[in-house]
Design a protein around this ligand. Structure first.
Ligand code: SF4
Length: 468
């Protein structure tokens, strides 16, 4: 199902009206936040860790060229191959070429938002290569012909009843909504695929420049099989995933797992140092790392927004965002949803298509407060709003309203006159018992009734009382 960020207003209105969907998102995000809170309370030095994570990310982003070259040279030393992809097409074509060389009719994939970003699965499919999603959430949304609605929980928008019905319809098996049974069925289906497929594709959570180690974290063990069992393993990473040193991993693994799922540590942490060596009993014969730009160097050149490249994709800002909790991930119409998605999408796809996303926030700052690497997300949203206005991308009604508002607020006489008329006009409406229809505001809520006295009148009364 094709969704775009330009449809944000329509899709969010539709999703807000869907009480079942709202409840699903509300309970899932609340649960994730509770787990996170319990988990970080066990770490007294949590704030210190966040600060360290922030500083390391700052160091790496400020010297990205150095660390990426170091990473490349260590991957080559370890026997791997590196491909630099400027955009989505270059990355997909490289992987397609590998499929052709191996005569691979299908590939196994573990969960990766970067492959979602470049729409790898649909590109492979169009060229006759079947992409098999092996993460349970991704497997479900692939069956449902959907896109992920959350960075770390792709099928968050679906209830277990819906998943049970989907399995029942697709595989003609008896209906069950018991997660363990659904999971066992999916596992049985996928197991054979791991053994018969020649190419495995994974994402990358972190890449240590000083050792050339690629790190993939997950909870199901499917990524480990994708990276180990097929003859060739391709890992694809956005260029911001590099970290300077292997020892920095201990900080990021703590920050990521606790912020994402509230776990002390994810169940599987795979550290990959190139293809199998002569003395190894298993592992792929070839290892390829695709380093993707796709607009990231453009973000890097913007001092106001380069901090968005610190993101470790934990999803905590989505869970805490009052807008995301209500409108759900699909409303954003892009791979990256929630507060960080509202920053990244306009940067990766352009403000023309994503100009509504910076407004998908109450600017409460909860996203910045929760971020494990201390990205100032809500100020970045504010800065993007400024660009929408400066580049005249807002609607003419909004520009007219802001122009009138500015003129009135700059002139005290106009302000007094305007508020006098407005107050009396509103009083007439409320006397008649009518609800004021303010487009965009009063459709789902009432316009608040006018206060009996203005602030100025109250102030005058208070100061008079004090002097008497
Ligand atoms: S911006 Fe921060 S909180 Fe949001 S996904 Fe990225 S790292 Fe997590």
């Amino acid at each position: 199902m094709e969704r775009t960020p330009s449809g944000f207003k329509t899709s969010s209105a539709k999703n807000i009206a869907n009480s079942k969907l709202r409840e699903t998102f509300h309970s899932a995000t609340r649960h994730a936040l509770e787990q996170r809170l319990k988990s970080i309370h066990q770490v007294p030095e949590w704030e210190e860790l966040r600060e360290k994570g922030h500083q390391i990310k700052k160091e790496v982003i400020n010297q990205l060229d150095f660390y990426l070259e170091q990473l490349e040279s260590n991957i080559l030393n370890n026997g791997g191959q590196v491909f630099w992809a400027r955009d989505a097409d270059e990355a997909s074509n490289y992987i397609l070429k590998l499929c052709r060389r191996l005569n691979a009719k299908n590939v196994v994939k573990s969960k990766s938002m970067t492959t979602e970003e470049i729409k790898l699965a649909s590109k492979l499919e169009k060229q006759g290569v079947e992409p098999i999603e092996t993460d349970l959430g991704e497997f479900i949304i692939q069956l449902a012909n959907e896109t992920p609605s959350h960075i770390i929980a792709p099928a968050l928008h679906m209830t277990r009843q819906q998943i049970g019905a989907l399995f029942n319809k697709t595989f003609n098996i008896p209906y069950t909504e018991i997660p363990e049974e659904l999971c066992a069925f999916a596992r049985g289906k996928l197991r054979q695929k791991f053994l018969s497929t020649k190419l495995g594709i994974s994402g990358v959570n972190f890449a240590a420049a000083d050792t050339g180690t690629i790190v993939v974290v997950e909870n199901e063990g499917n990524a480990r099989m994708c990276t180990n069992l097929p003859k060739v393993h391709v890992a694809i990473m956005g260029l911001e995933k590099v970290i300077p040193r292997f020892e920095d991993l201990s900080i990021f693994l703590k920050l990521l797992s606790r912020s994402a799922t509230g776990q002390k540590q994810t169940s599987y942490v795979s550290m990959i140092n190139g293809p199998r060596k002569v003395e190894d009993l298993d592992g792929p014969e070839e290892f390829h790392l695709v380093i993707l730009d796709n607009g990231r160097t453009e973000i890097l050149s913007n001092p106001k927004l380069r901090e968005s490249l610190f993101c470790i994709r934990c999803g905590a800002c989505l869970n805490t965002c009052p807008v995301y909790q209500r409108v759900g991930g699909h409303s954003y119409g892009s791979t990256y949803s929630g507060p960080i998605g509202s920053v990244l999408t306009p940067l990766l796809q352009g403000l023309d298509t994503a100009k509504d996303l910076p407004y998908a926030s109450s600017l409460c700052g909860a996203c910045s407060n929760i971020c494990p690497v201390k990205i100032d997300v809500h100020h970045q949203l504010l800065w993007l709003r400024e660009q929408v206005v400066k580049q005249h991308k807002s609607s003419w009604q909004e520009r007219l309203a802001m122009h009138c508002y500015t003129s009135i607020m700059k002139d005290v006489r106009l302000y007094r006159l305007g508020s006098f008329f407005l107050r009396n006009l509103l009083k007439i409406f409320y006397k008649k018992g009518q609800h004021l229809n303010v487009p965009g505001w009063s459709k789902d809520r009432d316009f608040p009734p006018i206060a009996a006295k203005t602030f100025k009148e109250l102030w005058k009364e208070t100061t008079q009382q004090k002097t008497t």
